[in-house]
Design a binder for this molecule. Structure first.
Ligand code: FAD
Ligand code: NAP
Length: 544
């Protein structure tokens, strides 16, 4: 195996990559196969990215992990036995570590190294990448594999710094086990991270107070341990499963192992009698609401499903006031990333769990001993922020990136991200983004999208090298057309409904422009487009 050894600072590389999550890890394999000289810079202490940082109790995959795994390693596909349908964080991190060990990936990586800036030199056609300690890395190509959900969002709540107890963000969870036994815990947020962690924390904490601003639509995960027969069946069909993923809408083969992942049917909720809708809800539970063809497309049909959803909550929550507060309303089901849970609503029936509805009782400030809301003081020993991320653009904008003519990427993206295919940005030659805005990324099984991007980028670099070329840059017109297309495809879906406030739209971060960032046109269509662009001599790119 041709290994690359990271050299000392100011060395010249063919490629500098930022990030050692699943994207950066796969890039090591790909860049090594090309025999290139490269280095991976990672601010964390090891590989795994998302799964290295998000160690909160209950953290796990929200799709079958047999599908959320690398397809490039056929041996590992056959030898790895996933314990559960939706593996928990420790198992996914163990998997990442196994891949890193098998391929000696760490040899190419520098940990505890945060990239602060990157400047394109138009004379040399190269990037100068500088870390926060001032080390410089020069490279022809610069790849941001920095993740879509890697910059934790700390909400700007008055007095946050005054709190004297222990503060933890779900996205920066400590490596050692946090023992909540006998403690009063507060958690702010009710998105995926909170929904996963609340039942687990509630099981051991003396008291758990959930500070909820927006109630969530969440569906039963349908997780279960896997047995040998299941695994053998998947292993025998892996080739087909991967092929189906690559041509699918969301990067999933959807092989019907869990109710919630059944394909959307052809039947419309609007055409069903009320009796029929109720009967299905009783028989199939909440997943039945996801199967109607019109719920994702028509706001009135969506509201019918939301209404049934709320009635279902009323049935499972003992306290009517809590049930009412937990009922999502005012925004459509499906406008945010689907949340799945294991015992979320049931946790609110416990005596040690209480819900503070911030719409009725807003936070006034955080103080030394806890959270002060309009109705009074909530003293807690630990305060958890499950407040999400500056998604998709956060990690890219955190690096001061300067392209041609001194243009700052942050300025170019002031009104929202613009890129061609989510892979390259006009004015920023030889810079690639893995799962960048404008690509399916967070709307898909991300390992499928990660592999596709890393394959495309490394094939592109190989093409340039083989043809004596040393620059590639998105054409402005191609970028404009792609951005327009990204908006057009999303228009009219629940994802961009005026009442929707999601991190896909950037609105979870104060001051961030409301712009829909991922590409909803489907993994299969998108892959075909990227492949045809490459086959047609990198249509829409200037090669130099
Ligand atoms: P990341 O894993 O985010 O890795 C990026 C790395 O870049 C990080 O380690 C970060 O430290 C590093 N980095 C960033 N900026 C810098 C810098 N300036 N200098 C140095 N290093 C830097 N997706 C799914 O498809 N299915 C799931 O079930 C799923 N579950 C998720 C659960 C959680 C809790 C979260 C937060 C996300 C989940 N995702 C899921 C999305 C997940 O982020 C991707 O699946 C995938 O792990 C992303 O890999 P990545 O390598 O592209 O990015
Ligand atoms: P999130 O979905 O953005 O949820 C953040 C929560 O914090 C929301 O409930 C939000 O309320 C609340 N919040 C933010 N600022 C607040 C403030 N100032 N005051 C009160 N509440 C505030 O973040 P997340 O739960 O970390 O999930 C982010 C994404 O990561 C997911 O959508 C998913 O893609 C991924 N993820 C996946 C899994 C999984 O199941 N595998 C698990 C975790 C994360 P508002 O809604 O009112 O803004």
């Amino acid at each position: 195996m041709n290994k690359s050894n990271p050299k000392t600072s100011s060395d010249n590389y063919d490629v500098v990559v930022v990030g050692a999550g699943f994207s950066g890890m796969y890039l090591v394999k790909k860049l090594r196969d090309l025999g290139l000289n490269f280095v991976i810079l990672e601010q964390g202490g090891d590989v795994g990215g998302t799964w290295y940082w998000n160690r909160y109790p209950g953290a796990r995959c929200d799709i079958p992990t047999v599908e959320y795994s690398y397809s490039f390693d056929k041996e590992l596909e056959q030898s790895w036995d996933w314990e559960e349908l939706m593996a928990a964080q420790p198992e996914i991190l163990t998997y990442a570590n196994q891949v890193a060990d098998n391929y000696d990936l760490r040899d190419a990586m520098r940990f505890n190294t945060r990239v602060a800036s990157a400047d394109f030199d138009e004379n040399e056609n190269s990037w100068t990448v500088v870390t926060d300690t001032g080390d410089e890395y020069l490279a022809r190509y610069f790849i941001m594999a920095t993740g879509c959900l890697s910059v934790p969002n700390w909400p700007d709540i008055e007095g946050r710094e005054d709190y004297a107890g222990r503060t933890i963000h779900t996205g920066l969870w400590p490596h050692e086990k946090v023992d909540f036994t006998g403690l009063r815990v507060g958690i702010i947020g009710t998105g995926s991270s909170a929904v996963q962690s609340i039942p687990e924390i509630a099981a051991t904490a003396k008291q758990l107070k959930v500070f909820q601003r927006t109630p969530v639509y969440t569906f039963p995960a349908g997780n279960h341990p896997l047995d040998d027969d299941f695994r053998a069946d998947i292993k025998a069909r892996y080739e087909d499963i991967r092929e189906t993923q690559r041509g699918s809408l969301g990067g999933m083969a959807m092989f019907g192992v869990m109710g919630r992942l059944q394909e959307v049917g052809t039947e419309k909720i609007a055409d069903c009698s009320e009796e029929e809708r109720e009967r299905r809800l009783v028989e199939e539970g909440l997943p039945s609401l996801r199967r109607y063809a019109d719920v994702g497309l028509d706001l009135e049909a969506n509201e019918l499903a939301c209404d049934l959803y709320r009635r279902h909550i009323a049935d499972i929550i003992d306290d009517p006031e809590t049930a009412k507060a937990l009922m999502p309303r005012g925004y459509p089901m499906g406008c945010k990333r689907q949340v799945v849970d294991i015992g979320y609503y049931e946790a609110f029936n416990r005596d040690n769990v209480s819900l503070i509805d911030l719409r009725e009782d807003p936070i006034e400030r955080i103080n030394e001993s806890g959270v002060c809301t309009a109705s009074g003081q909530h003293d807690v020993d630990v305060l958890i922020y499950a407040t999400g991320f500056d998604a998709m653009t956060g990690a890219i904008n955190n690096v001061s990136i300067t392209g041609r003519s001194g243009t700052k990427l942050k300025d170019k993206w002031e009104n929202g991200p613009r890129s061609y295919l989510g892979l390259q940005i006009a004015g920023f030659p030889n810079l690639f983004t893995v799962t960048g805005p404008g690509s399916p990324s967070v709307l898909s099984n991300m390992l499928v999208s990660i592999e596709q991007h890393c394959d495309w980028i490394t094939d592109c670099i190989h093409h340039l090298n083989s043809n004596g070329l040393n620059t590639i840059e998105a054409e402005q017109q191609a970028e404009d057309q792609w951005v327009k297309h990204v908006f057009e495809v999303a228009d009219g879906t629940m994802l961009t409904a005026p009442s929707c406030s999601s991190w896909y739209l950037g609105v979870n971060i104060p001051g961030k422009p409301r712009v829909f960032m991922p590409y909803v046109g489907g993994v299969g269509n998108y892959r075909a487009k990227c492949s045809s662009v490459a086959a047609n001599g990198y249509e829409g790119f200037k090669l130099g």
